[in-house]
Design a protein around this ligand. Structure first.
Ligand code: PBG
Length: 341
């Protein structure tokens, strides 16, 4: 951010008193630099097999996996509260997982059925699909494993086909979260070739190998599959910042419409650098572990969970994020509807 233009014009105390502008709610609101509105929020949703299922996720208090038939209720509430979009993730049954993750290409898999149901029920709500193989592979890796390694180029064709299957099912946005090199170009070409020219790509361009994904892997049944396996050969090293800018540059050059940083709080500097450096729509994912630590502390009475959540969301906006994926999207939107958060 640029330094203030005339720093010398600030009179010192006691003429200048920063507290003057904090003395009442009305003035605090007038001088607020950023705010969070429902239009900034995307709700990630876990889709479970079966009917009439709302199965709580133990490591994510307040979050459940929902069967396809129940999704319209959730979606209607989200739309009513002003959320623009949902991001869907499947909890694939173990028996449908395979070494090659072929269920990802099944046009009747959980997320595809969910998309068709939701487009029917709440057509105006945006739908985002995750492109990666980990919900579908028996080993829990995001790509094909060949000779003990996650094979980059062989995976690209599968991801491209997965994205087309998702677009065909009704997803408006595909979000590659797999971190294979070259996947944005491969997916864009495949989508265009299949006539899905308007399908949007939001690239998880700066996705770090993070310990904060733990609860998500529980929610999607992929923790057991991954076991002691690690994703460090494709997800980024948390020590690196410049590399995130390189990833973003590559993905934009390959045709990404928007980019994402993930997780959120530990990577606020990356959000700001991307926003300043590229000026493109930049999303941030407030991931499962970040959500869980706040909810766990709140359940213990150690902090006010809703206030802590809004504070985190404000930090994303201040860092330059345009939209935020957060499991608290409904809670926060409800709170915004009734109070001034
Ligand atoms: C899968 C994927 C992950 C998340 C989103 N997509 C997990 C992972 O990479 O292991 C994590 C989201 C969260 O923790 O909330 N490719």
């Amino acid at each position: 951010m640029a330094p203030p233009a005339f720093p010398q014009l600030h009179a010192p105390f006691p003429r200048t008193r920063p507290r003057r502008l904090r003395q009442a709610d009305w003035v605090r609101r007038l001088v607020a630099e950023v705010g969070v509105t429902p239009s900034d929020l995307i709700l990630p949703v876990f889709v479970a097999p079966g009917n009439n299922v709302a199965q709580p996720v133990a490591s994510m208090p307040g979050v459940a996996r929902h069967s396809v038939d129940r999704l319209p209720f959730l979606a209607e509430e989200a739309a009513k509260l002003g959320l623009p979009a949902l991001a869907l993730f499947p909890a694939t049954p173990q028996e449908l997982k395979a070494e090659d993750g072929r269920e990802a290409l099944n046009a009747d898999n959980l997320v595809c059925r969910a998309a068709r149901t939701l487009k029917d029920a709440v057509p105006g709500l945006g739908l985002i699909a995750d492109v990666a193989l980990d919900p579908y592979t028996s080993h829990g890796q995001d790509g094909l494993v060949i000779d003990g390694k996650v094979a980059n180029d062989e995976t690209l064709a599968v991801l491209a086909e997965q994205a087309c299957v998702q677009a065909e099912a009704g997803f408006d946005v595909v979000a590659p979260s797999d971190m294979m090199d070259g996947r944005i170009g491969a997916i864009r070409d495949a989508l265009d070739g299949a006539g899905f020219r308007d399908t949007i790509i939001v690239s998880y361009a700066a996705k770090y190998a993070s310990a904060f994904y733990g609860p998500f892997r529980d929610a999607c049944n992929s923790a057991a599959s991954l076991g002691k396996g690690s994703k460090r050969s494709y997800q980024m090293n948390p020590a690196n910042g410049d590399e995130a800018l390189r990833e973003v540059a590559l993905d934009l050059a390959e045709g990404a419409d928007m980019v994402m940083v993930k997780p959120g709080l530990p990577y606020l500097d990356i959000v700001r650098r991307i926003k300043d450096g590229f000026g493109v729509p930049t999303f941030v994912y407030h991931v499962s572990g970040e959500y869980a630590v706040i909810r766990a502390a709140a359940e213990n009475g150690w902090l006010d969970g809703d206030a802590a959540m809004v504070e985190c969301l404000l930090s994303f906006k201040r860092a330059g994020a345009d939209a935020i994926l957060t499991y608290a999207a409904l809670d926060v939107a409800r709170r915004l509807a009734t109070t001034r958060a």
